[in-house]
Design a protein around this ligand. Structure first.
Ligand code: SME
Length: 161
């Protein structure tokens, strides 16, 4: 298993995604344990991009429950009709929120979080098995580049489900 992560010295996120995606694919394709894989994905994204918070909320019963993450303490349970994560779960679509204060129902786990992106992760039946939530302490920090890069990581993750 890879022990070192190669991160190019650039601020260009597209270039960083291009470098880390194959490394994440290699990491998770050789490990069958879901929690281990989610933990490493969160660690790689935190290290490569320095995101304020990055982690997973897993569908359990009628709620999303906190899974592996990197960053400050976070709320543990989110109802399907609450927050950006709940919106992603119910619409089954990637949600980019440039200003969390302007998003009705946003759940503030930390007042330092200013913008976020949440992507659904589907199981083989097409149900949302979990969501990937990435938060920034900068306003308007996420774009289609992140939706595409994170989307590729999720495609690799879905293959392991
Ligand atoms: N802000 C999210 C909740 C999770 S934390 O930010 C880690 C939301 O509104 O769903």
């Amino acid at each position: 298993m890879a022990e070192n992560l190669f991160i190019p010295e650039t601020k260009d996120r597209k270039e960083i995604y291009e470098a880390v995606i194959p490394q994440i694919e290699a990491l998770i394709s050789t490990e069958s344990d879901l929690i281990a894989n989610l933990a490493n994905i969160a660690a790689v994204l935190k290290e490569a991009f320095g995101f304020f918070w990055v982690g997973f909320y897993l569908t359990k019963g009628n709620q999303l429950v906190l899974g592996p993450f990197q960053g400050p303490l976070a709320c543990t349970r989110i109802n399907f009709n609450k927050g950006v994560c709940g919106h992603c779960y119910t619409t089954k679509e990637t949600v980019i929120v440039p200003d969390v204060e302007a998003f009705p129902g946003h759940i503030a786990c930390s007042s330092a979080s200013k913008s976020e992106i949440v992507l659904p992760v589907f199981d083989q039946e097409g149900n949302v098995a979990m969501v990937l939530d990435v938060d920034s302490d900068l306003l308007n920090d996420f774009s289609e580049v992140d939706a595409e890069g994170l989307g590729k990581i999720i495609k690799a993750l879905e293959k392991t489900l």
